[in-house]
Design a protein around this ligand. Structure first.
Ligand SMILES: *Cc1c(COP(=O)(O)O)cnc(C)c1O
Length: 416
């Protein structure tokens, strides 16, 4: 709160496509999709219409002892898209992580192996900040203060391609990290329920990208050592990495997939955990305690489900994944000068995410860059010395040129 006295938050009165508009009519390009949730712009007419239609029918009914068409349709469509036929709904990303962790441990308990209740995650991983999710998150700034509250979990080396040795390819480094995962599993699988991972991009770590071979190897190893693989696609799902889900690029099917953020196009809080027939079967029985007892008041909220269905309609109708391929190629071209800037290191790109590190960034860089970008009409929040763009999919080439110009102007200022 003290920092806000020096840098007050911008007040936003309206939104329009990729733009945020303040009460005085000043416009800011939402270059980070409002913390990665927005897909098809602000005040999207099609999503607005779906929610408005649903408002005239039923706004909410509890999803215990009652059901409704939007949640049934959404579950069936997500099942087709992920190959995982059973859905459980929560209200945000962290609750999806909690659901997946609890369901995995409960699966092993129901299978007569209660000692399999430990969790593995990647170094620098992020899975949310409730107490269970924070236990598998590995960002010291968020975690250290609450360390006494958290469960002990194990972090294995991250395949983050920036950490590859001199002359080592991203793929070779990913395989080396998979060997470290195997070494851990070989010793500790009997006490391990699941390995949770952000597929292809570790967002909060600073858009750390890695080779898909890591995921294929992780899938093999989890199968061999009987450990669940949880794909946290909360940030990367819904087209961010160039495929609808990042796991597709490694041709793997996880045991659990966690979805949130873009699922409603950035409109309403909703998350889903999808899982396999095998997991479902472990909970099927007469005893109530054998079931997955985990309650959220707003689970499967009809308004949020309708927003999610409208998002899936847009993906299908506009062939968004294909269209984004051409869009991403064009945007990468537009950012070529940024990539070649002498202060820029590790320029990287995947799907609709672009990121780079600023070599000579000094403490406070992120806040200074954020403020400077605002004066250029762009809303960005670097993570440490990593600057990234994660624009809504409705961003035009002209808007992207404006963004590239704003980044150049910020980089040109040696005081930033
Ligand atoms: C944002 C995020 C979460 C947490 O989602 P919330 O809705 O903020 O709780 C979990 N995992 C990943 C990979 C995320 O990016």
């Amino acid at each position: 709160m003290k920092q806000l006295e020096a840098a007050p938050p911008m007040a936003i009165a309206r939104g329009e496509g990729a733009w945020l508009i303040d009460p005085d009519g000043r416009r800011y390009l939402d270059a980070i999709s409002s913390w990665w949730v927005n897909l098809f712009g602000h005040c999207n007419p099609r999503i607005n219409a779906a929610i408005t239609d649903q408002l005239g029918r039923i706004e909410h009914v509890m999803l215990a002892g009652a059901t409704h068409a939007p949640v049934v349709e959404l579950s069936e469509r997500l099942a087709k898209l992920t190959g995982l036929g059973h859905a459980f709904y929560g209200s945000d990303g962290a609750s999806a992580t909690e659901i997946a962790l609890k369901m995995s441990a409960h699966y092993w308990r129901n299978s007569g192996r209660p000692e399999k209740n430990g969790f593995i995650s990647l170094k620098n991983g992020y899975h949310g900040e409730t107490v269970g999710a924070l236990s598998v998150t590995d960002i010291p700034l968020f975690k250290s203060t609450y360390a006494p509250l958290l469960r002990h979990t194990v972090q294995v080396p991250t395949p983050d391609a920036r950490l590859a040795g001199q002359g080592e390819s991203a793929e070779a480094y990913a395989l080396r990290c998979a060997d470290a995962l195997e070494a851990h599993l070989a010793e500790h699988a009997a006490a391990t329920a699941a390995f949770i991972v952000e597929p292809l991009v570790q967002g909060a770590a600073g858009m750390a990208m890695y080779h898909p071979t890591y995921l294929s190897r992780a899938r093999e190893l989890c199968d061999r050592y009987q450990v669940h693989l949880i794909a946290d696609e909360i940030a990367v799902g819904f087209g961010r990495t160039g495929t609808l889900f990042a796991c597709e690029q490694a041709a793997i099917r996880p045991d659990f997939i966690c979805l949130s953020k873009g699922i409603t196009g950035g409109y309403l809080p909703l998350s889903a955990v999808l899982t396999t027939d095998d997991v479902y079967a472990a909970f099927y029985g007469d005893a109530t305690a054998r079931g997955f007892l985990h309650s959220h008041s707003y689970t499967g909220n009809p308004l949020a489900c309708r927003a999610a269905l409208a998002v899936l309609d847009i993906f299908e109708h506009d062939r968004v994944i294909v269209a984004n391929r051409a869009r991403a190629r064009e945007f990468t071209g537009i950012l070529a000068e940024v990539a070649a800037h002498p202060r820029v290191r590790h320029f990287r790109h995947l799907g609709m995410i672009w990121a780079f590190d600023v070599a000579d960034a000094t403490p406070g860089f992120s806040a200074r860059f954020h403020q400077a970008a605002l004066t250029q009409g762009v809303f960005m929040r670097p993570i440490g010395n990593t600057v990234y763009a994660m624009p809504p999919y409705v961003t035009s080439a002209d808007e992207m040129r404006g963004l590239a110009g704003a980044i150049q102007a910020c980089l040109a200022d040696p005081a930033i």
